[in-house]
Design a protein around this ligand. Structure first.
Ligand code: SF4
Length: 767
C-alpha cells in the first residue's frame, strides 16, 4: 500500500536520534504534522540515500510512548522517579536561581558542564558554560578523555592538521572527480566503520572503495565483516597497538620502504624515530602483540610499497591504549614516512569547508570567539590544567578522571552542580559506581535528554526535553560540505539543544542578547559567514554547499607545497618547525608544563592490567574484557528502548571463544557472571570463534528500559553494564588517552542457580 504523506523535508542528520558523528542526507515524510517515514536522501553526496538502522527507526524514536515531552522537576527523593510537569519558564527560573546561588557561594567554576560524545552539542555547551562563567566543560565519565581527542592531539603535534582516509569525501563529484585516486590499501585500524558512525566519516565509504578495488589490511583483535575480506588481518592483543605500530615503523625503515624524498624534504626527527623503532624488533613486537612477525612484516611491506596512495582509517582503541596520544603519534608517523599525507588515496588533510565549525574545539578557536584574556582565565581554572600541560595548551575539555575525583573530595575547590546534555554518565562512565556517587553528591543536577535513563532517574533535579534532528534547526561542517539541519515537525514541548543552551546563556549573561537578539538563528548565521551565505540561503539552495574553490585550504591535495596550511602562507605544515615533526617539539613543550614529562617520540606502554603488568591479578582474572565493539542498532547507551532496534540485539551478551565455553562448560545463550575486583555483572553467552581465546568481547552502555527504573535498580544498569567492572583514573601522561576500556581483566563464573532469567523484552510502553 502506497504510503500517504503531505510533504517531504530534506535535511541533514546530526544526532538527537541516530547517534551521528556523520551528516547523512535524510528525507522526512510528513503526514498531518507527524513524521511517518525517514530514509536516506539518494541525492545527497555524503551517503547517496543510505543511512543506518537507527535512522530508519526514527519514527519509533520520535513518537515513543515514554519520550519526555515537557520539562520536569523532581518532587520526591532522588531515585524514586517522582517528577512533576513544569513550564519552560519555571524550569529556566529554577536553574538560574540554583546556579546563581552556587556562583555566589562557590564561584561559577563550581558547576561542571557535561556532554556526551563530540557530536553537535559542543558549541552550545561551551556557550552556556562560558557565559555562566565556568571553565569546566567536560566529557565526564570518558576515562582518560579517550575518544578521538588523543588522535586529534597527536596529529596536531606531528603534522599540524587532522587527516582521514581519502574516500573522495572532499569532492562533490566524489569518486568521479578527476583529481581523486582510489587508495591502493586501506588499513582499518581498531575500527568497525560499517557498524559504527566514525567522526566525520561515513563507514560505508570503505565498502565503496573496496568495490572499486581498494585492498584491506585490518588491525583488530576480533574477526568481523572487514577482516573476512582483508588481505592481511593482524589479530593483536588488546592495548598493544603502540608496539605494533613501532614494529611496522621499524620494518619499513630497516628495509628502506619509506618515502625518502618526502622524509628528507618535509620531515624532522627521522633519525631519532629510526633509533626508537630499533628498540622494537619484530620478535619482541610479536611476543607483545600475539601477532606472528611474518604477518606484521607482510602487512608493513604491502602498505609501504603501495604508497604513496594508501590510507589508514583508525578508531577508538588507539585512544584507549595505555598512552593514546603516543600510540596515535606512531601511527601518524607511519603514514608520514610513507609519503601518504594529503595525497590522492592517502591520509588527506581534513579542513572544514570555509573553515566553518559549529564550535570551538581548541584554545585557538576559543581565543577567536572570546579573546585571549578569557582563554587565559579559563585555562588557569580548568580542572586538571595544573597537572596536565596539554589541558592548558590544547583542548577545551577538563580532565574527566581528575574531575570525578574533585567532585567527591571538593578539592582543590568545591564542585556543587552539573549541567548534563547528550550524556548518560551513570550508564556510560568508566567506574559507574564512582560517577554515580559523585553526581549524587551534587547539590543540583540539570539533565537535558529525550528519555528517562539511569542518569535522569538517579540524579536529575530538573529534566529538559530535547528535540530530535527532525524537529530542529542546526548546521554542520565536518568536514565537507557545509550542511544545514531543517526541522519538519514539533513533538510535545521538546526544544532544540542549541536553543536551550542559548536561552540559558542569555539568562546568565544578558549582554549575549545584544549579540544574538534572535538567539540561535543569529549564532548560526554568524558561524556560517565564511560561506557567504546565511542559514536561510543554504536552505533555499537545497541544504548544503560544497567548498570546492581551487587553491583554497579546504581543497586537497599537497597543500603543504602550496603554502595554504600555515598562517604565514609559507609552504609547510602548521607545526612549530613548519615540518612534519616525527619527534614532536609541541608534545614535549605542552607536556613539559605538566606534572609528568611527555616523551616527544613514540614508545610502547604495557596495559595497566595484564599478564605482564599485574601477574597476580591475572592469575585470578585471566581473561581480557574488550568493551565497546560497535553495534549496528545501538549508539553507546542509546536505543535499548526502540523495538525495531532492540529486537535485532535483545540481550546484553558476552562473546567468548569456543575453547573457553568448553573449559567452563558454558552453552550458547546461557547467562554467566563476569566479575573482577570491582564487582560482577551478568551476560548471555555468545560463542564466537572469531575472537582470541584469551579475550571476551562485550557491548558497553547496557541498561534494560523494560525493568524497574527507580533506584536502586536503575533499569538493571548495575546488573548488566560492563562499566561496573572498568576502572577510571588510568589516564596517560598527557591526560589524554589511556584508561582500560579494552584491557580490563575479568573471569567468567557459571551461574549455578540458573537465575535470573531475563524478563521478556517489551520496550514499547511498560504500561
Ligand atoms: S550513519 Fe551515522 S550519520 Fe548517518 S544517520 Fe546513521 S548515525 Fe547518523
Amino acid at each position: 500500500m502506497r504510503m500517504e504523506y503531505d510533504r517531504i523535508v530534506n535535511t541533514t542528520t546530526w544526532s538527537a536520534g541516530p547517534g551521528c558523528h556523520g551528516g547523512c542526507g535524510a528525507k522526512l515524510y510528513v503526514k498531518d504534522g507527524r513524521v511517518v517515514k525517514v530514509e536516506g536522501d539518494e541525492n545527497h553526496p555524503w551517503n547517496f540515500g543510505r543511512g543506518c538502522s537507527r535512522l530508519l527507526a526514527m519514527t519509533q524514536y520520535m513518537y515513543h510512548p515514554e519520550r519526555i515531552l515537557w520539562p520536569l522537576k523532581r518532587v520526591g527523593p532522588r531515585g524514586d522517579g517522582n517528577f512533576a510537569r513544569i513550564s519552560w519558564d519555571e524550569a529556566y527560573d529554577l536553574i538560574e536561581e540554583n546556579f546563581n546561588k552556587i556562583k555566589e557561594n562557590y564561584g561559577a567554576k563550581a558547576v561542571i558542564f557535561i556532554q556526551g560524545t563530540g557530536r553537535d552539542i559542543g558549541g552550545p555547551m561551551s556557550l552556556v558554560a562560558y557565559n555562566y562563567g565556568s571553565p569546566n566543560w567536560s566529557q565526564l565519565g570518558l576515562g582518560g578523555q579517550a575518544c578521538y581527542g588523543p588522535r586529534l592531539g597527536a596529529m596536531s603535534c606531528i603534522q599540524g592538521d587532522t587527516s582521514v582516509a581519502d574516500c573522495s569525501q572532499f569532492f562533490e563529484k566524489r569518486f568521479d572527480d578527476p583529481r581523486y585516486r582510489l587508495p591502493n590499501y586501506i588499513v582499518v585500524w581498531g575500527q568497525d566503520p560499517t557498524r559504527g558512525c566514525p567522526d566525520g566519516f561515513y563507514g560505508n565509504w570503505i565498502i565503496d572503495c573496496m568495490k572499486r578495488g581498494s585492498k584491506l589490511i585490518v588491525v583488530d583483535p576480533r574477526q568481523n565483516f572487514l577482516t573476512s575480506r582483508a588481505e592481511h588481518h593482524l589479530q593483536l592483543r588488546p592495548g598493544t597497538d603502540g608496539a605494533l605500530a613501532l614494529g611496522m615503523l621499524g620494518a619499513i625503515i630497516e628495509n628502506g620502504w619509506y618515502n625518502k624524498e618526502f622524509v628528507e624534504k618535509w620531515c624532522l626527527g627521522f633519525e631519532e624515530l629510526a633509533e626508537r623503532a630499533r628498540e622494537y624488533p619484530l620478535d619482541r613486537v610479536a611476543s607483545i602483540t600475539w601477532v606472528p612477525k611474518e604477518q606484521i612484516l607482510a602487512a608493513a611491506k604491502a602498505y609501504a610499497l603501495a604508497s604513496p596512495g594508501s590510507a589508514i582509517q583508525w578508531g577508538l582503541p588507539i585512544d584507549q591504549a595505555p598512552d593514546g596520544v603516543i600510540v596515535a603519534q606512531a601511527i601518524n608517523d607511519l603514514w608520514a614516512i610513507t609519503g601518504n599525507i594529503d595525497v590522492p588515496g592517502g591520509n588527506v588533510i581534513a579542513r572544514n569547508a570555509y573553515h566553518v565549525s559549529a564550535y570551538p574545539f581548541d584554545n585557538y578557536q576559543l581565543a577567536d570567539m572570546y579573546g585571549d584574556d578569557f582563554v587565559e582565565q579559563v585555562v588557569q581554572k580548568r580542572i586538571g590544567s595544573d597537572e596536565y600541560g596539554w589541558l592548558r595548551k590544547w583542548r577545551c575539555y577538563i580532565q574527566p578522571d581528575v574531575a570525578v575525583r574533585q567532585m567527591l573530595t571538593q578539592n582543590p575547590y568545591p564542585i556543587k552542580a552539573t549541567w548534563i546534555q547528550t550524556a548518560n554518565p551513570v550508564a556510560n562512565a568508566a567506574d559507574m559506581r564512582l560517577h554515580y556517587e559523585a553526581l549524587r553528591a551534587m547539590d543540583f543536577n540539570v539533565v537535558i535528554d529525550l528519555f528517562h535513563n539511569p542518569t535522569t532517574m538517579s540524579v536529575a533535579d530538573v529534566i529538559l526535553p530535547a528535540a530530535t534532528f527532525a524537529e530542529r534547526t542546526g548546521f554542520r561542517a565536518w568536514f565537507q560540505p557545509v550542511q544545514i539541519i531543517s526541522p519538519a515537525v514539533n513533538v510535545g514541548e521538546c526544544r532544540n539543544d542549541w536553543e536551550i543552551a542559548m536561552d540559558m546563556a542569555q539568562r546568565f549573561n544578558p549582554e549575549l542578547k545584544k549579540r544574538y537578539p534572535n538567539g540561535i538563528k543569529d549564532y548560526m548565521d554568524w558561524r556560517l559567514e565564511p560561506t557567504g551565505m546565511t542559514y536561510a540561503d543554504l536552505q533555499a539552495r537545497g541544504g548544503w554547499k560544497w567548498g570546492d574553490e581551487e587553491g583554497s585550504a579546504w581543497v586537497p591535495y599537497k597543500r603543504y607545497e602550496r603554502g595554504v596550511l600555515r598562517a604565514d602562507g609559507k609552504p609547510g605544515f602548521r607545526t612549530p618547525s613548519g615540518k612534519v615533526e616525527l619527534k614532536s617539539s609541541q608534545n614535549a613543550e605542552w607536556g613539559a608544563t605538566g606534572v609528568t614529562r611527555v616523551d616527544p617520540l613514540p614508545y610502547y606502554q604495557e596495559p595497566f592490567e595484564s599478564e605482564m603488568s599485574t601477574p597476580d591479578l591475572f592469575k585470578k582474572y585471566p581473561l581480557i574484557m574488550v568493551t565497546g565493539r560497535r553495534s549496528a542498532v545501538f549508539f553507546h547507551s542509546e536505543h535499548r528502548n526502540i523495538p525495531w532496534l532492540r529486537e535485532c540485539d535483545p540481550h546484553p551478551d558476552v562473546e567468548i571463544h569456543p575453547s573457553v565455553a568448553r573449559d567452563l562448560k558454558l552453552e550458547n545463550g546461557e547467562w554467566v557472571w563476569i566479575e573482577n575486583e570491582r564487582g560482577r555483572i551478568r551476560r548471555k553467552v555468545k560463542i564466537n570463534a572469531g575472537i582470541h581465546p584469551k579475550t571476551v568481547s562485550v557491548l558497553h552502555g547496557w541498561w534494560l528500559p523494560e525493568t524497574e527504573g527507580r533506584a536502586p535498580n536503575l533499569f538493571s544498569a548495575w546488573d548488566v553494564n560492563c562499566n561496573v567492572l572498568v576502572p577510571t583514573g588510568a589516564q596517560s601522561r598527557t591526560g589524554y588517552g589511556g584508561n582500560a576500556y579494552k584491557t580490563t581483566l575479568v573471569r567468567l563464573v557459571k551461574m549455578h542457580d540458573g537465575s535470573p532469567a531475563a524478563p521478556p523484552v517489551s520496550v514499547w510502553g511498560r504500561g
